[in-house]
Ligand binder design. Structure first.
Ligand code: AGP
Length: 613
């Protein structure tokens, strides 16, 4: 969701900005723009649609000079149009701003600024920012930082800002409150960016700006301030990801590459958190051993795919521990009057660590005294900094908008955490632990096996992709996988899909079943009772001539007579089967999307990192 990049140094800013914007494309956008300061002259270029259109404009009419700022916009206030694209300037055209976030009180600010003689051209909330700064500069024309700080204290909401001022042609100003922004520290050049992958090819050191901080960047210096104008000491950190991790590595899309990375990612997590693969070694010291023993309730909070990982986490924690577990969407928990107290452990799950609703829910829970463990993929992200302890998913940059490897890594993180917590609380016998670890160790190989069947899965997708809708059914541990399979399909193929608990089918969705409806049934072997129940549901679909696509355990002949198409997967304990089964559904969605000709890595309207409410 909205990407920001800025460059100050000796090179021309335009190509650096365009390259950075390309690397930010995955966040989702509908228009793009840049501003370059050359001497005291500000040049702005904007285009609606894909970045290639801005690149073409810049190639036909290049701008020279530095510094520069660029932006990919994901529309919130006002339609995607050139006038609404960033950068926005003040009325005099001296201050250019790129913004990620939402200024909630922009209407009242705009009204006040209009009375002061400022003229607005766009429908955006952002346009109040340069004009507010210009208003504050009337007090002291030389103190830009002072004006910025006063302006920001009048704005309510979330922002990450990159700013140019024509009167200080060698500088970029930046500020952050609630939306992600980092500073890339170079040699004789410096950067601002929404995330590390945007500048991974240029820097090895970064500063993660905190909420309420402002920065002034020159080619050979960076100064940080709080909103009171007090100077702060920057905390420079080494970048831990490599440039190759953010490339397609020969795959046709990032998503396909990320699907294939899953065995390695899960194997890495397993090795990191098990000692000699015989015992569990999850570090719970951030929460405190005594606290872990005393937890009486767990509340998992997350959004989208990460919410489905949370649904899985609840089932596993309930299975292994004698503890109350709830799972809630970030966007709901933040407005609920849920009883939260210090005995409740919050587990926040997020790939990006920047999801506004999840972070808001976490802040609310912290205010009630809860401790927070986050399961997160991005070091230095806002969520990580809000948490008392972090279990990193170590999946590497996930560029495809549809989450794949981050999801299975979240499931594995839940498995490892649940085992670690159960062990610490004395709720898990040696024998049960060994059994669980032995099953978990099968996961990477089993995923390899599913990947090896991708041609068969592609053929199934080719048969069923053209219908208007699809239904996904699963039970217990595979109910969240039915939800996730349906979400994956919706996101990238734009085919409507619904995930349902199979037992709920007869309470409504059964009315949809006909020979035209593909019904994906996850009926891998579980304990006998649940498998039989699932098979009854499959029979109910069959009786109504639904087009059954079964995900079944290798060697299961009973399914053969019922399902028109079967994706066979290897046998594994039910509680760990989601990590394997979901890969089949990721591939099914992937090949449906390919057959439907969608833009798989950058599906329409979606943003990778949802940094606004
Ligand atoms: C996943 O495919 C989606 N694009 C989306 O649901 C995502 O999982 C959600 O926005 C949460 O993101 P997060 O994990 O970065 O918090």
């Amino acid at each position: 969701m909205c990407g920001i990049i800025g460059y100050v140094g000796n090179e021309d800013a335009q190509p650096v900005i365009l390259d950075g914007l390309k690397r930010l494309e995955y966040r989702g956008y509908d228009s793009a723009g840049l501003a370059v300061l050359s001497g005291g002259t500000l040049t702005i270029r904007k285009r609606v649609g894909r970045l290639s259109s801005l690149e073409q404009t810049c190639a036909e009419n290049p701008v020279q000079g530095s510094p520069g700022i660029g932006h990919t916009r994901w529309a919130t206030h006002g339609e995607p149009s050139e006038v609404n694209s960033h950068p926005h300037t003040d009325t005099a055209g001296e201050i250019a701003v790129v913004h990620n976030g939402i200024i909630e009180n922009y209407l009242e600010l705009r009204e006040m600024l209009e009375k002061e003689g400022f003229v607005f051209r766009s429908q955006t909330d952002t346009e109040v920012i340069p004009n507010l700064i210009a208003l504050e500069l009337r007090r002291d024309q030389k103190d830009f930082m002072g004006a910025l700080s006063r302006a920001l204290q009048r704005a309510r909401g979330a922002y990450a800002l990159g700013i140019l001022w024509t009167r200080e042609p060698g500088r970029i100003y930046a500020a952050r409150q609630g939306s992600p922004l980092i500073i890339g520290v170079g040699e004789g050049e410096n950067f601002i960016a929404s995330d590390v992958p945007a500048i991974i090819n240029r820097v090895t050191r970064v500063i993660y700006l905190n909420d309420g901080e402002m920065a002034c960047l020159e080619a050979d210096g960076i100064r940080l301030f709080n909103l009171k104008g007090e100077e702060l000491k920057p905390d420079i950190q080494k970048v831990t990801i490599h440039a190759e991790a953010a490339s397609k590595a020969g795959f046709e899309t990032f998503m396909l590459k990320e699907i294939h990375e899953q065995p390695r990612v899960l194997h890495g997590l397993l090795s990191k958190h098990t000692s000699d693969r015989q015992d569990i070694a999850v570090d719970l010291s951030g929460l405190g051993r005594d606290y872990c023993r005393a937890i009486n309730r767990v509340m998992i909070v997350s959004c989208g795919t990460a919410y489905y990982a949370g649904c899985y986490g609840r089932l596993l924690l309930e299975l292994l521990l004698d503890i109350n577990v709830e799972v809630e969407l970030g966007s709901e928990l933040r407005y609920r009057r849920a009883k939260l107290d210090p005995g409740t452990l919050i587990i926040a799950v997020s790939q990006s660590g920047e999801t506004a609703d999840t972070i808001a829910a976490v802040k609310k829970a912290k205010a009630s005294g809860c401790r927070v463990l986050s399961i997160c993929n991005v070091p230095g992200s806002s969520l990580v900094r809000e948490s008392h302890a972090v279990l990193f998913t170590d999946a590497g940059p996930e560029i495809g908008v549809a989450s794949t490897k981050a999801f299975t890594a979240q499931l594995m993180a839940f498995a490892l955490f649940s085992l670690g917590l159960a062990r610490l609380r004395g709720e898990l016998s040696d024998e049960k632990l060994s059994r669980c670890l032995a099953e978990l160790q099968k996961v990477p190989t089993h995923i390899h096996y599913v990947l090896s069947r991708k041609d068969a899965i592609r053929q199934i997708a080719d048969k069923h992709h053209d219908g208007p809708s699809a239904l996904y059914l699963g039970r217990r541990f595979n109910y969240p996988i039915a939800l996730e399979g349906a979400l994956k399909n919706k996101e990238i193929s734009y085919q409507h899909a619904e995930g349902y608990a199979a037992g709920e089918m007869k309470h409504g969705p059964i009315a949809l079943i006909s020979e035209y409806l593909p019904v994906v049934c996850i009926c891998t072997k579980t304990d006998d009772e649940l498998y039989e129940k699932m098979m009854s549901n499959v029979r109910e679909v069959d009786a109504r001539h639904g087009r059954i696509i079964a995900v079944a355990t290798d060697g299961d002949e009973a399914v053969r007579g019922l399902a028109g198409d079967i994706i066979y997967v290897p046998e594994i304990a039910e509680e760990f089967s989601p990590m394997v089964n979901v890969v089949a559904l990721q591939l099914l969605a992937y090949y449906s999307a390919q057959a439907r000709g969608t833009d798989i890595d950058k599906p329409r309207n979606l943003a990778k990192s949802v940094t606004v409410e």
